[in-house]
Design a protein around this ligand. Structure first.
Ligand SMILES: [Zn+2]
Length: 350
């Protein structure tokens, strides 16, 4: 089976969804600084998150770069990019706080939910379904567990596309309630973090998905071990943040909110660290879809900087001229394998 590599998609619409990043730069920076404080308070990382090779200044390694007070080290064994400090349980308990969810939802909340699902998550679900079809797996035979299901957008998208055997698990009770209310159906189940590895190990599914989740898992080794041991699981679908152009743009514009490295992202993947992780549990790359937000990040940073230095009028003019080029510029970044995000399906080798 030929390996599929797909690039890009239109990100123009996403700018509207992420408008907070533009309007609330100072607020977002403060949140990010608070999260950095929580990470700086942890013990130094001595081994790589993915391969456990020795990393850091203790072993005489020079940092790769620093941004927003955090140093990053490139693992010489697997190529993973690790922050200087450990993302342990204490860190997680300090930074993962439930958002405020309204007690009453209006019809417009439901419309917004559906718009977000259709714009962002339907394409992710289609990519999975189409890729599995290429490999001879019919829609009706897909049995999927979505881990870290959040507000249920991905599960909801899969259901809308006709996948019946889909379950989503999520730690946050308010998010589960929100997801179930928005869908008018109990599409998600609340679970506790310590139970997730055993849920995965026992799940009667052939696909497990982690959309924007692996990078947040403190006990990643246990989760990967569970995936390896449950041989019913044939495919793993994940998206993760990459060491990419966005990292460089952030390091160069530290008065602008760092969406990508920092905050709850304490380590970044590379093609080689993903390969190491997959092979270590008996899987190999099957399909890849790369589309980053690097150029949108750059665009936002330029806009924020122009506003900060009294050039709001020029910023408006810049927006008009730059936005029509944005998707094409990102496509170039994606094709050069420099995208901030990757969507990948890995397949069990035997
Ligand atoms: Zn490593």
């Amino acid at each position: 089976m030929a390996l599929e590599r797909k690039y890009s998609k239109s990100i123009g619409d996403i700018i509207k969804i992420k408008s907070d990043f533009f309007e609330k730069n100072e607020e977002m920076l403060r949140l990010s600084a608070h999260q950095a404080d929580a990470l700086l308070a942890q013990p130094k990382r001595t081994v790589c998150k993915i391969c456990h090779g020795a990393i850091g200044e203790e072993v005489g390694q020079e940092m790769l770069y620093q941004s927003q007070r955090m140093k990053y080290f490139l693992c010489p064994v697997c190529g993973h990019v690790n922050s200087e400090f450990e993302d342990n349980e204490d860190f997680a308990s300090r930074v993962y706080i439930d958002d405020d969810y309204l007690a009453n939802y209006s019809e417009s909340d439901r419309r917004n939910y559906e718009t977000r699902r259709d714009m962002i998550y339907i394409p992710k679900a289609e990519f999975l379904i189409d890729s599995l079809k290429e490999d001879g797996v019919k829609k009706k035979d897909i049995r999927i567990l979505d881990d870290g299901a959040g507000s249920g957008y991905f599960v909801s998208a899969l259901k809308k596309l006709g996948i019946e055997q889909v379950d989503g698990i999520e730690i946050s009770e308010p998010q589960v309630q929100f997801a179930n209310t928005m869908n008018g159906d109990d599409i998600l189940t609340q679970v506790d973090a310590p139970d997730i590895a055993s849920i995965i190990e026992k799940a009667d599914v052939n696909v497990v998905s982690f959309i924007g989740v692996l990078e947040h898992i403190t006990n990643l080794d246990e989760i990967l071990e569970a995936l390896k041991n449950n041989r019913r699981i044939r495919y793993i679908y994940f998206s993760v943040p990459m060491f990419s152009m966005s990292c460089v743009f952030e390091a160069a514009h530290q008065g602008c909110y760092n969406r990508h490295a920092g905050g709850t992202h304490t380590h970044l993947f590379t093609e080689s660290s993903i390969k190491y992780m997959a092979e270590n549990i008996g899987f190999a790359e099957y399909a890849v879809w790369k589309f980053g937000s690097d150029i949108m990040d750059l665009y936002r940073m330029i806009c924020v900087s122009l506003d900060q230095n009294g050039n709001s009028r020029l910023r408006e003019d810049f927006s008009r001229r730059f936005l029509p080029m944005l998707d094409e510029l990102q496509e170039i970044v994606d094709r050069h394998e420099q995208a901030s995000e990757i969507h990948m399906i890995i397949k069990r080798k035997s």
